[in-house]
Write a protein that binds this ligand. Structure first.
Ligand SMILES: [Zn+2]
Length: 256
């Protein structure tokens, strides 16, 4: 039977970090990834990062099993008193304590649960829309990884679950697109670490996915015309533009 990711291999990239929760003070072990050891592969068209042997995205969120506070690893330790108040009122007060995660590597289902909790926390804290959008995008990517794993390893997910995950993936993708589009009008660059051209490219891919071809072409156009940006991004935008034009033409011909 073929497997997409080998757990024994993945263990070599994972380490345990002792965490003291920023919200409730409880101690727990968090699984982290050794980013410096990872070997990058060509990302997906929408910039989803890919690495050899492990889907590092699974390890991107820290979630406290005691109080329900969850956030991207980088921001878990930065909790303002206002945010803490909101988390305590709306999350912790209803959160059912869990057994701390005891595995040596994270499976997709657990990681997805942690990201979903982080998204709810981000909404409750009223974080900038781009940060909420980024979590939606990552959730969609995470489910893509989960489905790829299921494609490689038959019997991992039953048909109903597979279908539900496909729908969920699409919903998070749409939510990411809507929130990023709003963030674009409200926030300054860099947005989620992206400069304007990278952001334009991402929005081009997303609008293309949702068949908003004219919007997608506009975003590609602004990248192609921009000066002083990486040739690689320009090439990607050109290729994408061709693809969008072909899809648009095919759709128009289909309507005639
Ligand atoms: Zn906690």
């Amino acid at each position: 039977m073929s497997v997409l990711y080998d757990v024994e291999e993945e263990k070599k990239y994972v380490f345990t970090k002792k965490i003291s929760c920023t919200n409730c003070g409880a101690n727990f072990n968090d699984l982290r990834i050794m980013n410096s050891k990872l070997r990058r592969k060509e990302p997906d068209m929408d910039l989803r990062p890919r690495f050899q042997f492990v889907d590092s995205l699974k390890y991107g969120v820290t979630a406290c099993p005691y109080c329900g506070f969850a956030a991207p690893v980088k921001s878990f330790e930065q909790l303002t008193s206002l945010h803490q108040k909101r988390i305590r009122e709306k999350i912790t007060s209803q959160f059912m304590q869990r057994e701390p995660f005891a595995g040596e590597t994270l499976d997709y289902a657990t990681a997805q649960g942690q990201y979903e909790l982080a998204l709810v926390c981000a909404m409750v804290m009223e974080l900038p829309l781009s940060e909420q959008a980024h979590l939606c995008l990552q959730l969609s990517w995470l489910i893509r990884g989960r489905l790829e794993e299921a494609d490689a390893e038959q019997g991992l997910l039953d048909e109903t679950t597979y279908k539900q995950l496909q729908e969920k993936q699409e919903r998070y993708y749409r939510q990411a697109y809507d929130l990023f589009s709003k963030a674009f009008t409200q926030e300054d660059f860099p947005i989620c670490g992206m400069d304007q051209h990278t952001f334009d490219y991402l929005l081009a891919v997303l609008s293309y996915h949702f068949k908003e071809y004219d919007v997608a072409v506009k975003f590609c156009g602004s990248i192609v015309q921009a000066k002083g940006i990486s040739a690689k991004l320009k090439d990607k935008a050109l290729m994408l533009k061709d693809e969008i034009m072909a899809a648009k033409k095919a759709e128009e011909e289909g309507q005639e």
